[in-house]
Design a protein around this ligand. Structure first.
Ligand code: SAT
Ligand code: MN
Length: 592
């Protein structure tokens, strides 16, 4: 590694605290080499070439997929592992029933035993990164130490990584410490531990996405949500999208959905053909940091600079921008290969798989060719719809917050909360059928408040209280909505086409924010009348729109009873005003 020494002399002396921590970690993990990442394109190329030479990455067809590579994970390491993910606060109740917990001292002992000597024969990479635009007051920095060059490449695409981040760390005199090793990938020795009070993370035994790219869920959600509470802002599992109407006005929405519910597709939506003059601008596809502004509005930045998106289902019809964007300089993880070495996944209309995601000759008897949670990693700037304001230090003003889940029944296509407090209840009540993004059973309904169940770094009771407090600081808070693209008819067929046509629903949402769209009051909030939604040319089945907009009070009563039971788990920490809001909601459905 010819350039390593040069990096050491220039970067290793920039921040004393970072250097001291690197020394301490090196004493524990005993790497053969230490490599300080400067984040340059040249460095990316060098590391990628090394991984290709070591066959840890596979090259893809250079004509059709220039600069693209394929990584095949250990088959036991393909998703987040929530049962092995812990929030280690001094007081167990601060982590809350929503998190797995171990006392910090015990967690450190357990983790340090795994880290002891684990980098022998390996290189320790120091990855300074900034979550958010380098010059934004809303951004927060971290350093990830990892022994995985695959992680370094991903971090380069997903964050502002390298020299500029380290310069900012030296100015801020504060950073999140994330220590990561792939270890031996033994699931028995795999843990992802968070220490919010120390602003630190220790992750061992997985090389996969959310477990290993510590800037993402570990820092930008679990640790940041804790930081956000102490500092008066919100760190949320939300995409940020700008919707430009034919008059040239742009409205920004922040939308929270559980993993693998189409956030990336919504953030990059392509307007239906009949929507001439409408444009969609992506600010972020997964995480939003929301700050009350001086003018009483809520402003959002995307802490990330890349997308780690679900590949299956991506095609020229479902997400044209993503389809185009991942044809160059993209890291594919766990997709299949065609005979001419192109990546292949379920949902592609062209090509045929010959090698599956485990590197075996493709045989349909072994299941899908690409893993259901296979991913692309790509720089956000490659998105044809990349927002001009994605790098704006002050963020974008949010007009609406949209919650959503994957529900076969119950939740209508869209409804609006009455006010902020009611909106917090709507968010706290989010539930969704599980997906392949985590290793648990798929398709089971589980409560997933604000789509943050796996990501809130502290007790949900305190978190809801914080949401209410942030709302109280806003003179012009965003309107809050709930959508469900996944409602099905009695035969199990989706009632709504989804994808680009979701703009029809977002249009109603924006018009509600402007005060120009109609709605009627129901037991759960304001719903559009069928005539208030533009469904022209959709060819919906007869009765579909009415079914999509039905509110069944009996089912909702069961739902609210379930929410009440769920709240009870959080006891006294649930704010009284939120409990009262739930009581009024219950009363409304009982009398509906
Ligand atoms: O694996 S990640 O957590 O990065 C992806 C996801 O679950 O959204
Ligand atoms: Mn996510």
């Amino acid at each position: 590694m010819a350039t390593a020494t040069q990096h050491v002399t220039s970067l290793a002396t920039m921040d004393r605290d970072v250097s001291a921590w690197v020394d301490e970690v090196a004493r524990l993990t005993q790497p053969d080499h230490i490599f300080w990442c400067d984040g340059s394109d040249a460095e990316y190329q060098v590391l990628q070439r090394e991984l290709l030479a070591a066959k840890e990455l596979l090259p893809l067809n250079p004509q059709s997929f220039p600069g693209c590579v394929l990584s095949l994970s250990n088959p036991s390491d393909v998703a987040r592992v929530e049962h092995l993910t812990f929030v280690c606060t001094k007081n167990k109740d601060d982590a809350g029933p929503n998190n797995h917990w171990i006392a910090p001292a015990q967690a450190h002992v357990q983790m340090d035993a795994l880290f002891a000597g684990c980098m022998q024969g390996r290189t320790l990479y120091v990855v300074p990164y900034c979550m958010g635009p380098i010059d934004s007051p809303f951004s927060r920095c971290g350093v990830e130490i990892t022994d995985s060059a695959y992680v370094v490449l991903n971090m380069k695409l997903m964050t502002r990584m390298g020299r500029a981040a380290l310069e900012r760390i030296a100015r801020d005199a504060k950073f999140v410490r994330g220590l990561h090793s792939t270890g031996d990938l033994n699931p028995q020795r795999r843990f992802i531990m968070h220490f919010p009070e120390e602003l630190s993370i220790k992750s061992f035994g997985s090389g996969y996405g959310g477990n290993a790219l510590l800037g993402k869920k570990c820092h930008a959600l679990r640790i940041a949500s804790w930081q956000a509470r102490t500092e008066g802002w919100l760190a949320e599992h939300m995409l940020i999208v700008g919707i430009e109407n034919p008059q040239g006005e742009i409205y920004y929405l922040a939308c929270a959905f559980p993993s693998a519910c189409g956030k990336t597709n919504l953030a990059m939506l392509i307007p239906p053909a009949s929507y001439k003059g409408w444009k969609i601008w992506t600010v972020g596809d997964d995480i939003a940091w929301l700050h009350p502004g001086k003018d009483g509005r809520l402003y959002a930045i995307n802490p990330e600079s890349g997308y780690f998106g679900v590949v299956p289902g991506t095609n020229a019809k479902t997400n044209r921008n993503a389809y185009d964007m991942i044809r160059r300089d993209t890291i594919f993880t766990n997709v299949a290969l065609t005979a001419d070495n192109q990546p292949w996944w379920e949902g592609l209309t062209e090509g045929k798989p010959v090698i599956d995601w485990q590197g075996r000759p493709y045989d349909p008897a072994n299941g899908p060719a690409a893993h259901a949670n296979s991913r692309f990693t790509v720089a956000a700037k490659q998105n044809p719809g990349y927002s001009k304001l994605a790098d704006a230090p002050g963020g974008v003003p949010i007009s609406a917050i949209v919650f959503g889940g994957r529900r076969r029944t119950l939740a209508p296509l869209v409804y609006q909360a009455r006010n902020w407090l009611h909106g917090v209840l709507v968010g706290a009540g989010v539930a969704s059928e599980t997906t392949a993004a985590a290793t648990d059973a798929v398709g089971v309904v589980r409560r997933d408040p604000m789509a943050m169940k796996p990501f809130a770094g502290y007790n949900f009771g305190d978190y809801w209280a914080h949401w209410i407090n942030v709302g109280a600081k806003l003179k012009s808070p965003p309107q809050i909505f709930h959508v469900n693209w996944f409602r099905r008819d009695s035969a199990g067929k989706f009632l709504w086409p989804g994808y680009g046509d979701n703009l029809r629903v977002l249009r109603w949402i924006i018009d509600r924010c402007k005060g120009t769209a109609k709605a009627h009051d129901t037991a759960i909030g304001y719903l559009p009348n069928a005539a208030d939604l533009d469904v022209q040319g959709l060819g919906l089945a007869p009765g579909a729109i009415d079914e999509l907009l039905t509110v069944n009070p009996e089912l909702w009563q069961v739902e609210f009873d379930g929410i009440q039971e769920y709240f009870a788990e959080f006891g006294e920490r649930v704010p009284a005003s939120l409990k009262a809001e739930l009581q009024s909601a219950l009363l409304r459905v009982r009398t509906a």
